[in-house]
Design a protein. Structure first.
Length: 160
C-alpha cells in the first residue's frame, strides 16, 4: 500500500470526496473536538459508533488547520497523540495509557486499511506539533515508543 504525506492542512470537503484513501489525524483520549458544521456525520460512521457523538463542537475547517477537522468521516482514522482537549501534553508518566490508546488506534487502522488504496499522513506529522507536544527532550519514553510504533505501522501498511 502506498503511504504519502499531505501537502498542507486537510480540507474537509476534499477528504470527504476521496473515499479511496485513508487519512490519519491527531486525536485526544477524550475523542472530543471539532467537526464540520454543515455536514451531518452519518449515524453509521465507525468513529461515531465507537466513540459516541460527544465531539460535535463546530467550527469552519477552512479557518481551522488541525487534522481533526475530518473527525467522523468514514475514511478518517485517529492516532491518539494529543494529550487531552485542555492543552495538557502527554508526559512519560502517562506511557501506559498512551500505549493502550495508540495500540487500539493502530488496530483500527490495520483492520480498515485493505479497503483503501493509500494512507495519507498529516502534513505536519505526529511529532513536535502544537497539538501533541511529543518531543524527544520533553517526553523521551513516549517519543521513542511513538516512533517505534509508527515505524512498525508503516512497515505493516506497506505490506497491505
Amino acid at each position: 500500500m502506498k503511504i504519502s504525506r499531505d501537502a498542507g492542512p486537510y480540507r474537509f470537503d476534499e477528504v470527504l470526496k476521496d473515499q479511496k484513501r485513508m487519512y490519519l489525524f491527531e486525536d485526544n483520549p477524550q475523542r472530543t473536538g471539532l467537526a464540520y458544521p454543515t455536514y451531518k456525520i452519518s449515524e453509521d460512521s465507525w468513529y461515531k459508533l465507537k466513540f459516541g457523538s460527544k465531539y460535535w463542537l463546530y467550527r469552519e475547517p477552512e479557518k481551522y488547520e488541525k487534522t481533526s477537522c475530518i473527525r467522523g468521516l468514514q475514511n478518517a482514522y485517529p492516532l491518539c497523540t494529543v494529550g487531552n482537549s485542555k492543552g495538557k501534553f502527554w508526559s512519560d508518566c502517562d506511557l501506559a495509557r498512551f500505549s493502550e490508546l495508540l495500540e487500539d488506534d493502530i488496530c483500527e487502522i490495520l483492520q480498515a486499511a485493505p479497503r483503501f488504496n493509500e494512507v495519507v499522513l498529516p502534513w505536519q506529522g505526529f511529532f513536535k506539533t502544537e497539538e501533541s507536544g511529543i518531543t524527544e527532550s520533553r517526553c523521551p519514553k513516549i517519543y521513542r515508543y511513538l516512533k517505534e510504533r509508527m515505524d512498525y505501522l508503516w512497515w505493516l501498511l506497506k505490506m497491505v
